[in-house]
Design a protein around this ligand. Structure first.
Ligand code: MCA
Ligand code: AMP
Length: 495
């Protein structure tokens, strides 16, 4: 394969606009030129980086993509890391992946520079690097392409490895299902270390020659201005964003609201995913804008798997049917494959979209697949009149807040380092805005006193803000079963 598919396709789009910002545009040819130069910087005379891990720390935008393509073209594996993570979290991703270099925009390079120095990792400032393009290696689709860190049922996040072939399969499935074309224009305001921002928005748009308007965060006023101006055809967000948009629209004056609503009504498609979209929010959004949100279901390990149809009924509270190229089945706890409707079971997935392995964790990888190669998602669903409906997760230790998947165990481990905390247990409590709110029950040492604001402050150097407990309950003891294990369902009543 002379070129990776995204690169080969970009060559066809040449002078089309890939990125548009208030200060200018970047064409597909600009991305190709810049990424070839960055690949040379990375290669520094070597013929091929041979799957060396290179971390990427930059806000969404043309520079991010040039770096991503550059490291791919040099034969490296991309390890995107979170812009707002703490230094210990960065250190974990860099050391666990064995990263040999970090590519960062100038502002991020300043922040991560001291850590790179301490760990002896090469730091490349994407904005400053300016090598001339040299020869690039030939790459095959089975090469590893990306490691995404995802939280789960273990205390520390696991690195989900996908190859170029997996990524292509994930993209092609969505292009087909949602009928992406080069006429599409989409805002990008989701974090660039997760599938939703990386694959569903950025890679899909660039695959077809569409245009992206990047924002460094969910900048609601700026995005709504552009919605009013008919800047977009597509919009993809997590449920929390739709909740926030409903709140904003309902508190704006009637004339302003009418303009924004008219803008949303003209979009060809609005998608929700990464967490459950309550049917009430779905119906509220339709009542407000006339748009029927398309809800879909996915996971870092599998990309997107199930989606409501582009054409046809988009059912509130349901996620639809298997996407093209994706096989889905439900299995009962007793191990029976479910063949009829209305019987709940675990969602299992197979297909060329499914990841390769957890980085450096062969046991965890083996345990997550069954003997026939079906990936066990740990999510429960039921098939009802032709549509899958997600019922929840098998593990109480996974929390979804604002679309971010969090590990209760990781947060508990951090809280236990607090000098006044003797014991703790973390759960997700239902929350209208965040879906679930991280909630900690703690037993303090001796006569110690601990309140939420001081605890949150203490957490800020250890945990990303979205992992920090939003609710706190100080209890005398934690509810435990006969084995001494904390019974998390019983904990809910203590808040
Ligand atoms: C921000 N805060 C949060 C969260 N995000 N707290 C809890 N949970 C969160 N997710 C904190 C802020 O740090 C701030 O704290 C306070 O809440 C209010 O911030 P605000 O500015 O209002 O929020 P925001 O910055 O607008 O962020 C909300 C957000 C963001 C845009 C919904 O959380 C977000 O981008 N979420 C998307 C995550 C995502 O892409 N997930 C996809 C994973 P303080 O007041 O203390 O400063 S991929 C995936 O799940 C699969 C594959 C799939 O199916 O897609
Ligand atoms: P992540 O690990 O961040 O990739 O999150 C994947 C998880 O998000 C899935 O395993 C589900 O638990 C959840 N999820 C994604 N989309 C939906 C949805 N539409 N409804 C309910 N849960 C969802």
């Amino acid at each position: 394969m002379p070129d990776l598919p995204l690169i080969a396709r970009a060559k066809q789009y040449g002078s089309a606009v890939a990125f548009r910002t208030p200060v200018g545009t970047t064409t597909y040819q600009d991305l190709l030129t810049r990424s070839a130069s960055l690949a040379s910087t990375l290669l520094a005379g070597q013929p091929d980086l041979k799957e060396a891990r290179v971390a990427l720390l930059a806000p969404a935008g043309a520079s991010y993509v040039a770096a991503q393509w550059g490291l791919w073209r040099a034969g490296a594996v991309k390890v995107p890391i979170c812009l707002t993570a703490t230094e210990p979290e960065w250190e974990y991703s860099l050391t666990d992946s064995g990263a040999s270099a970090v590519m960062a925009d100038s502002a991020s390079a300043l922040k991560i520079g001291p850590l790179c120095l301490r760990l002896g990792i090469r730091l490349i400032d994407i904005d400053a690097a300016n090598d001339s393009a040299g020869p690039l290696p030939e790459l095959t689709p089975d090469r590893r392409a990306m490691i995404l860190y995802t939280s789960g049922t273990t205390s520390k996040p696991k690195g989900v490895v996908t190859t170029h072939a997996h990524i292509s399969a994930q993209i092609e499935s969505l292009i087909q299902a949602w009928e992406w074309t080069k006429e599409d224009r989409i805002p990008l305001f989701l974090p660039m270390h997760h599938i939703h921002g990386i694959i569903n928005v950025t890679c899909c748009a660039l695959w077809v020659g569409a245009t992206i308007e990047p924002f460094t965060k969910f900048d609601q006023p700026a995005i709504l201005e552009r919605v009013k101006a008919d800047a977009y055809t597509l919009f993809m967000a997590v449920p929390t964003i739709y909740v926030k948009l409903i709140q904003a629209l309902e508190s704006s004056d009637a004339a302003e609201r009418a303009k924004v609503v008219a803008g949303f009504a003209r979009l060809r498609l609005m998608v929700s995913g990464s967490a459950a979209l309550p049917a009430s929010v779905h119906l509220h959004w339709t009542a407000l804008t006339g748009q029927k949100l398309l809800e879909r279901y996915g996971m870092t390990e599998i990309g997107m798997a199930i989606s409501n149809p582009l054409r046809g009924e988009r059912r509130p509270g349901a996620v639809g049917q298997a996407l093209p190229g994706v096989e889905i089945r439900l299995k009962t706890e007793a191990g029976e494959i479910i063949t009829s409707e209305n019987i709940p079971g675990e969602i299992q997935v197979r297909g060329s979209n499914v990841f390769e392995e957890y980085w450096g964790k062969p046991t965890a990888t083996a345990e997550s697949f069954d003997a026939e190669g079906w990936y066990r998602t740990g999510d429960m669903a039921v098939f009802e009149t032709g549509y899958y409906r997600i019922m929840g997760r098998l593990s109480v230790d996974i929390i979804k807040s604002g679309g971010y998947k969090l590990s209760a165990l990781e947060i508990e481990a951090a809280l236990l380092e607090h000098p006044d905390i003797a014991e703790c247990a973390v759960i997700g409590l239902p929350d209208d805005t965040w879906g679930e709110a991280v909630s900690a029950a703690i037993v303090v040492k001796g006569e110690a006193k601990l309140e939420l604001p001081t605890l949150r402050d203490w957490c800020k150097s250890r945990l990303s803000v979205y992992k920090i407990p939003q609710r706190l309950s100080v209890v005398k003891e934690l509810p435990r079963n006969a084995m001494g294990k904390v019974t998390k369902p019983a904990l809910k009543n203590m808040f």
